[in-house]
Design a protein around this ligand. Sequence first.
Ligand code: ADE
Length: 423
Amino acid sequence: MDFDIADISQADLGRQRIAWADSNMPVLESIRDRFAKEKPLTGMVVAACLHITTETANLLRTLKAGGAEVYAAASNPLSTQDDVAASLVKHEGIPVFAVRGESSEVYYRHLDELLDRHPTITMDDGCDLVSRLHSARPEQLKEVVAGTEETTTGVIRLRAMEEDNALGFPVVAVNDADTKHMFDNRYGTGQSTLDGIIRATNTLLAGKSFVVAGYGYCGKGVASRASGMGANVIVTEIDPIRALEATMDGFRVMPMAEAARQGDIFVTVTGNRDVLREEHFLLMKDGAILANSGHFDVEIDLNALKSLASGERSRKVRPLVDEYLVPGKSGDIRVMVVADGRLVNLGAAEGHPAAVMDMSFANQALAAEWLVSQIGQLENKVYLVPEVIDKEVARLKLATMGVKVDILTDAQEKYLASWNVGT
Ligand code: ADE
């Protein structure tokens, strides 16, 4: 079997951690048990470009149990858990092409390894695999029956492709399922972003001014968790409705040019580029900590920071923290960047906890099954996860949590369906 991983000797540690995650993924486990009996993915070749984590390992095991031939590569050069990659290869027989810290060149070579396997289903997190397939291997598009996309940034790219009539096969936007973004993006990103910053810096959040750039579901999660730990949260936004929401959620909202002077810690979660740039670095307090939790490493303009700190004026101060000396009004100021400005929750911690990835990956597995059941009936468009699947994931998750809900009475059903009963 061909694969490219860091160190096969880490496989046993990986297996132990994958099992730990699995014990917190009961919904996915129940799907895996059913898939093992029904084999709904028989004949499919799945190319998964996802973060190689313990949670992803359990998704890949589920797809394989469902009868698919599965290949995996990283969706970010810094998020791979090398022990997990090793266990997937050694214990699960799943070829993985991912090495933590791989260069951009190796990253794309690994995506090409997936494409060399002629996938019939793509499973992407950020749309790099789909984008590579369309630009470098257009002749293979006809072999792909469908794809799924995990994250907001990827869905935005896919919708742009659809708009341009460039999309070569149907793709399900898993991110847009309620049981994905309302939980993974909010509670997952919220907790794991703080986890990454704290693991990397051991900084105290209580009493700090904590700037969150972007108030989508991820930003809301980060802001509420930081506030819960005693930080004074400032939100920056470009969207008036979200800015209003942040204001009424009790946070101060201001332009980054003002927030830059006040913040002790900055987290970007906008999905856009240059959110923190030269004009902001020059205003920052000494010791400011900068982290990004958006999908790509473009939100902090590192090139600008590097040129401000050129000539040996940067150094590593902890394993995942680089210090840059920036000229301030009265001498140099130190600006700290965590995890190279890459996804801090996966670069400096372990990503979202398994209990929340349970729902995201249940959606992935069920979306793949649904897509196979619809072969030949879909257009080359971006589809939502069918509502029945979304609701089923919520129902299963509640059951595993021991939470019961009410059922409408007949009179209530009738009332909701009527339009002529008023006061
Ligand atoms: N994205 C965020 N957290 C993740 C995790 N734990 N596994 C896979 N993808 C993720």
